[in-house]
Design a protein around this ligand. Structure first.
Ligand code: GDD
Ligand code: MN
Length: 372
């Protein structure tokens, strides 16, 4: 029996609506990686433009092309991680599909890791010879600012920690994977920050090209994700990081509640119970939608799932309210938090209610992965 030798390098490429770029990228990889056995693993989040189907049809003709097709999921970082984990090659690269990363430096990255003993080679825009290409000033500034912020979680002095283009040894992934935050766009920074030991790295310059087809997915939500990732890598050891936006949304919900109560009861002249009920339902609905859009953006419920989610969220929060009042009353009556400390009693109730709401809805409202 003749076995086909398996690839030495897997190039993992996350895709979302990149149909127009796939064939060209495969051609370019084939051109530049002639000297070694390689494969490319596209990880597509069910792009509406049919990227996955196109990759699959290429894969039927070319065994070097593979596809991971994810349903009901979004996220650049998790796509990269799952792509890398699906490979058994000793060397792993990650790059974008949109041809902005210059594939011609892959052989140099490969040599650095394979022959020169580096753990990871970083495709870098910020070392001599690299550049941002034709980026507008605004985006250059944003990128540099984000790079500075990354120092909060990054000990290594990498010049381009925001790079989405890198090549590493499989062991490096294995040393970091259990601690990865997986939030958002910045998978390489995540790997550096999660590695158990310092990584020997080298930065290899390239010029960031402009996108030819399709559009960038980096939007304001990506900025939010980035901040969440930094928080996760710093505070995340102590609290689940989603609890922070969840609690902030809850705080905003209190204002919504009071506003509705004021409108219905005070201005509208309805009974207090009517006002309070309307306020509670509207505040919970507000919290549900904002959490669905922001806190759980990566697991966002849509269509009928949203109705089911709203029901479970409202049920959970109603029980949370009962717990809140129960604990507060108990603390108040037994003077658990000191005499006449009605504020502290109320705060104790709020904390227990919030933690309950968070814990229950994170499992029952947002944890169902559709189709998996
Ligand atoms: N599977 C999957 N899921 N892929 C995604 C998703 C997603 O939710 N969002 C984006 N992608 C894919 C895109 O299709 C593309 O191949 C790649 O991830 C990068 O997305 P872009 O939208 O092109 O990002 P960018 O060009 O603004 O930023 C890139 O370059 C920067 C500089 O290296 C990213 O790689 C950044 O992380 C990087 O800092
Ligand atoms: Mn891009």
């Amino acid at each position: 029996m003749i076995l086909t030798p398996s690839p030495e390098l897997s190039v993992v490429v996350p895709t979302f609506n990149e149909r127009e770029n796939i064939q060209e990228l495969v051609n370019r990889l084939a051109e530049t990686l002639q000297a070694i056995r390689w494969e490319v693993i596209f990880v597509d989040d069910d792009s509406p433009d049919g990227t996955a189907a196109l990759v699959r049809s290429l894969a039927q003709r070319d065994p070097r092309v593979r596809i991971i097709h994810r349903i009901g999921r979004r996220g650049l970082s998790t796509a990269c991680v799952e792509g890398m984990l699906a490979s058994s090659a000793p060397l792993l690269a990650v790059m974008d599909a949109d041809l902005q990363h210059d594939e011609r430096i892959l052989p140099a990255m490969l040599r650095a890791v394979k022959d020169d003993g580096y753990d990871i080679a970083v495709g870098s825009r910020y070392v001599a010879g690299g550049s941002l290409g034709e980026w507008g000033e605004e985006r250059q500034f944003a990128s540099q600012f984000a790079t500075r912020l990354s120092r909060l979680v990054l000990k290594a002095g990498v010049k381009d920690p925001m790079s989405g283009f890198f090549l590493l040894k499989r062991e490096v992934l294995e040393g970091a994977v259990a601690d990865l935050s997986g939030i958002g766009f910045k998978i390489m920074l995540d790997i550096f920050a999660s590695s158990t030991k310092p990584l020997r790295y080298i930065e290899i310059p390239y010029e960031f090209r402009i996108r030819q087809a399709g559009e960038s997915k980096l939007d304001s939500a990506a900025v939010w994700d980035y901040l969440m990732m930094l928080l996760d890598k710093s505070l995340g050891r102590y609290i689940p990081i989603r609890f922070i936006p969840f609690a902030l949304v809850g705080g905003a919900g209190v204002f919504v509640h009071l506003l509705v109560l004021w409108l219905v009861y005070d201005l509208g002249g309805y009974g207090f119970t009517t006002g309070q009920t309307a306020a509670a339902v509207i505040a919970m609905t507000f919290n549900f939608f904002v959490n669905n859009a922001v806190t759980y953006r990566d697991r966002q419920l849509r269509g009928w799932g949203m109705l089911r989610g709203w029901v479970s969220f409202t049920l959970a929060c109603s029980l949370g309210a009962v717990a809140n009042v129960g604990i507060a009353t108990y603390a108040f009556e037994t003077q658990l938090v000191g005499e006449t400390a009605w504020v502290l009693s109320a705060v104790a109730g709020i904390i227990v209610g919030a933690v309950w709401n968070y814990a229950v809805t994170s499992v029952y409202t947002w944890n169902k992965v559709k189709g998996v």
